[in-house]
Write a new protein. Structure first.
Length: 100
């Protein structure tokens, strides 16, 4: 029996690599993406295209209703995306804080 994994797949380089590593290890991969109202919807389009080309099941969950919680990020709002080396202050504009 093959183990099944769900890869949170944004369509960006990091999750793209993880998706391929999981497949290379022989895992049964399912991809999950989130539409949070990101300005770069191209990543979701890329995620769908990659999954289709690899015949990987892909689900996109719409969580745009959480926009209030995610406001003020360069990922969702009209905030400039920092350029250059990521340091703590510039990184804050491109990530969402999480709590566990």
């Amino acid at each position: 029996m093959t183990d099944t994994v769900v890869v949170i797949f944004s369509g960006g380089m990091d999750s793209y690599t993880l998706l391929h590593v999981a497949r290379a290890r022989g895992l049964n991969v399912h991809a999950l993406s989130f539409n949070y109202g990101q300005r770069h919807v191209r990543e979701l389009e890329s995620a769908s295209a990659v999954c289709e080309s690899l015949d990987i099941p892909h689900k996109v969950i719409d969580i745009r209703a959480m926009g209030e919680v995610m406001a003020g990020s360069a990922l969702t709002s009209e905030v400039d995306v920092p350029e250059g080396h990521y340091e703590e202050d510039s990184m804050k504009a491109t990530v969402f804080p999480t709590a566990i």
